[in-house]
Design a protein around this ligand. Structure first.
Ligand code: MSP
Length: 507
């Protein structure tokens, strides 16, 4: 059994979660569930990023005590993850005392290594991005923030710095030696391009308390707090017990995949590997930066005022329909256009017509012809299924390991299409009319066995649906890829439920 350590970004708690945040956690959940059914031991970490001026301002604007405010918004994230069936193992908050302690220990260690110094500092600050920019960087962006194009403010102060520049050559070599450490390829090229065109500046990792008070106290100087990004990135270590449980760290580190969107690629592909390396550890194996969900040409984001609340969406269409849409509609890495039309099309064609209809009519026949009792000792794999089922068993694991979720779904649905066609071609109603009940029973057993296998393949994407299917099949399936084999001896005692995915009427 392998281990698999998977992380999502920790989300800012200045506002409640939206569909963009839901996307990252749904992808991560899909990957985590897949690894579990494959037999790996998984540690899936998510959480909230709760420090920094932006958060304090949001609490002030809400007239709420900062701690109450962050507790409340953090709970909103937890609540959403529960509704979306996100099977995380640990929810970390940067206000947790163990996390704060880990941050302090890291700074003390880096200081002992000679990697931290104090100096005067002048830069342009973007509060929404919690990022500093140099003169040239802001000039190139017409005096605005190079990331989000919003206004920046000039800041001059004494601060503590981490010697990022000392590790520039190491990082370049590391990237060269590990061409898959940043994915997709476009993002890998972007990171290399950035390093080729910019000399790495040291990272300012403190903020004077006089200006920013909401943060982890800087362990070397109580007049300062730790820069929120430096604090936040360390969640990937504190979340597995850094500073308190070395055995746990040894067990899980390095992370196997850090998932996030492209907006925070540089923090994860430049700052983070250097921080970890400076601590004497190996960097996380893969940083995967996915694309953005947009409405029209604009990224969905709170500051642009175009957010979609996932709770509203699942009230309308259900959790698994949302999960399916997000995982199927775009390949991981690409941007996607979010619209109700696109969702309805997917629901009606793939979910209602294909999988929903297959399950519903098969169970209908099982009940109508055999009162739901369908078993058989000689249920051989029909030749009609062979090709697509074989393609699935050969490619599914590779596609999922590669995070090619949309392609994996395409394959599963092509098998579902084959089963639907098998019903049309076999004409079971005619078999019934001819009183050919033995063939009819084997035929239904073949379909039920096919549906059982489909429910296993679908499990990482739509766990609730897979469970519902198994209930309707009257079996107690353990979700493990060990159970993926076709069984010639199979028995079902079906209990037809409501259609899994009713069609949505658009008229
Ligand atoms: N707190 C930092 C992350 C620190 S990680 C050590 C942060 N938080 S955030 O709340 O702004 O979340 C950013 C992340 O939310 C993105 O990287 C992405 O995972 C997700 N998304 C936010 N909006 C999104 C879209 N419109 N589309 C896709 N993902 C989106 O940055």
């Amino acid at each position: 059994m392998g281990k698999f350590y998977l992380t999502t970004p920790i989300y800012y708690v200045n506002a409640s979660p939206h569909i963009g945040h839901a996307y990252t956690n749904i992808i991560s959940d899909c990957l985590g569930r897949f690894k579990r059914i494959k037999g790996d031991e998984v540690f899936f970490l998510t959480g909230t990023d709760e420090h920094g001026e932006k958060i304090k301002k949001a609490a002030l604007a809400d007239n709420t005590d900062v701690l109450d405010f962050v507790n409340n918004v953090s709970d909103n994230f937890k609540n959403l993850w529960e509704k979306l069936n996100i099977s995380y193992d640990c929810f970390i908050r940067t206000t947790d005392s163990a996390h704060k302690e880990a941050v302090k220990q890291v700074i003390i260690k880096l200081n002992e290594n000679g990697d931290i110094y104090k100096a005067k500092y002048s830069a342009f600050y973007c509060m929404p991005c919690e990022s500093f920019w140099t003169d040239t960087q802001t000039k190139d962006a017409n005096g605005k923030c190079p990331l989000c194009s919003r206004e920046v403010e000039k800041v001059e102060e004494e601060n503590y710095f981490f010697k990022l520049s000392k590790y520039e050559d190491w990082l370049k070599q590391y990237l060269k030696d590990n061409p898959d450490c940043v994915r997709p390829k476009t993002r890998y090229n972007e990171v290399n391009g950035f390093l080729d065109n910019n000399k790495l500046a040291d990272l300012c990792i403190s903020r004077p308390k006089a200006r920013v008070s909401w943060g982890v106290e800087f362990p070397l100087d109580c007049e300062y707090v730790v820069y929120v990004w430096f604090d936040a990135l360390l969640n990937y270590l504190s979340g597995i017990g850094f500073g308190v449980d070395q055995e746990k760290v040894d067990k899980w580190w390095p992370a196997d995949v850090h998932l996030m969107a492209k907006d925070i690629l540089r923090h994860h592909a430049i700052f983070w590997p250097i921080m970890v390396h400076a601590l004497g550890l190996a960097p996380g194996k893969i940083v995967f930066a996915h694309g953005w969900w947009k409405i029209g040409d604009e990224k969905i984001s709170k500051s642009l005022g175009n957010i979609v609340n996932p709770l509203d969406v699942i009230k309308e269409i259900g959790v698994d329909a949302l999960r399916y849409f997000l995982l199927r509609e775009i390949p991981l890495g690409a941007d996607g256009n979010y619209s109700s039309e696109a969702i309805i099309t997917r629901i009606n064609s793939d979910l209602a017509n294909d999988v929903g209809n297959l399950v519903y009519r098969t169970l209908n026949m099982a009940e109508k012809y055999f009162q739901g009792d369908v078993s058989c000792d000689d249920c051989l794999l029909p030749v009609e299924f062979k090709q697509s089922l074989q393609a699935l068993s050969v490619r599914y694991i590779n596609l999922m390991d590669d995070l090619s979720f949309s392609k994996a779904l395409e394959l599963i649905f092509s098998f579902i299409g084959v089963m639907n066609k098998y019903i049309e071609d076999t004409k079971p109603w005619a078999l019934h009319k001819e009183n050919n009940l033995s063939r009819l029973k084997v035929f239904l057993c073949e379909l039920l066995e096919g549906i059982r296998i489909v429910s296993l393949y679908l499990y990482p994407f739509m766990p609730q649906t897979s469970e519902a299917i198994n209930k309707q099949l009257g079996i107690d399936l353990i979700f493990s890829l060990d159970n993926i084999q076709w069984r010639a001896k199979a028995g079902f005692s079906t209990k037809k439920g409501k259609p899994l995915f009713p069609r949505i009427d658009v008229s």
